[in-house]
Design a binder for this molecule. Structure first.
Ligand code: FMN
Length: 259
């Protein structure tokens, strides 16, 4: 089993996304998988120009940017992998522009005139299955803890899965990144919930290597709330502003070590 993680953080290998990818891949490596990470921040991935030369004249032509940046190299590594981890921080409620820019380059590998029916019954054009239809995991990091924050990325990749015929084999969402010290070992050492979360990441990696998917139980442990506040996500629906303001005033003082 070859697993390729695509790290779309602007902080590259200095960021929390990288830290979480490493926890996941540690487990996968221990279970025998061959693992590699592509760090988009270190590469030159140019934007699709929408020139449509790839689709001109009735053929699927090579992209005009071929050989002018690092996209082909990344695509070759994706094609060689059995499973892909799309790992992105939330930037302004959505996926990183680094990742979106890479995915938009799929356009030049797909024949948009060749309409087909996907396994999920959607009408869509031909895609290069070796590249676009790999089983994948969505891995999201963000600081905010409202469940609205990662929603658009979760939805994006669920839709991606159906159009691309790419099996979605796990969804890892680590919110509360700043509360967790973005992987700071001193913060981790003081919080057993966080230790459980990182152990679940390694377990998720083992499961990917052995079974090709993350079990529901492991995913729930990895995605557990760092706040010992029951029904946190119901709070936003309560009509009592005063109560929420009191909650917020308390939350500003929180350090994970004290929770
Ligand atoms: C440009 C930018 C926009 C961000 N927007 C959000 C946001 O909308 N919601 C959120 O919870 N965190 C947001 N963050 C915080 C990051 O998602 C969070 O710190 C993440 O863990 C960073 O991962 P990294 O260390 O791998 O870069 C933003 C960060 C940056 C740099």
């Amino acid at each position: 089993m070859k697993i390729l993680a695509i790290n779309a953080s602007l902080r590259g290998s200095r960021g929390y996304t990288h830290f979480l990818i490493e926890r996941l891949l540690d487990g996968a490596r221990a279970a025998g998988a061959e693992c590699e990470t592509v760090t988009l921040a270190d590469l030159n991935i140019r934007r699709c120009l929408s020139c449509d030369r790839c689709h001109a004249g009735g053929n699927l032509n090579p992209c005009v940017l071929a050989g002018k940046d690092d996209t082909e190299g990344v695509f070759a590594r994706m094609a060689a992998a059995d499973l892909i981890i799309y790992a992105t921080p939330i930037y302004v409620f959505n996926l990183s522009s680094l990742l979106k820019t890479l995915l938009e380059r799929f356009f030049g590998t797909s024949d948009v005139r060749d309409l087909r029916l996907t396994k999920s019954g959607l009408m869509f054009h031909h895609v290069d299955a070796a590249l676009c239809s790999k089983p994948f995991v969505t891995l999201i990091t963000c600081d905010n803890m409202e469940d609205d924050t990662p929603r658009s990325v979760l939805t994006y990749f669920r839709v991606f899965s159906r159009f691309m015929d790419a099996p979605l084999v796990g969804e890892l969402v680590r919110d509360g990144g700043s509360l967790a010290g973005h992987g700071d070992p001193a913060v981790t050492a003081k919080n057993s919930r966080l230790q459980q979360v990182y152990a679940a990441y390694s377990q998720a990696g083992r499961e990917l290597a052995q079974k090709g998917r993350i079990s529901r139980a492991t995913q729930n442990r990895a995605n557990q709330s760092l706040l010992p506040v029951p029904f946190f996500n119901l709070l936003k629906r309560l009509p009592f502003r005063g109560l929420k303001e009191r909650f917020l005033a308390e939350a500003k003082k929180w350090k994970l070590a004290d929770l």
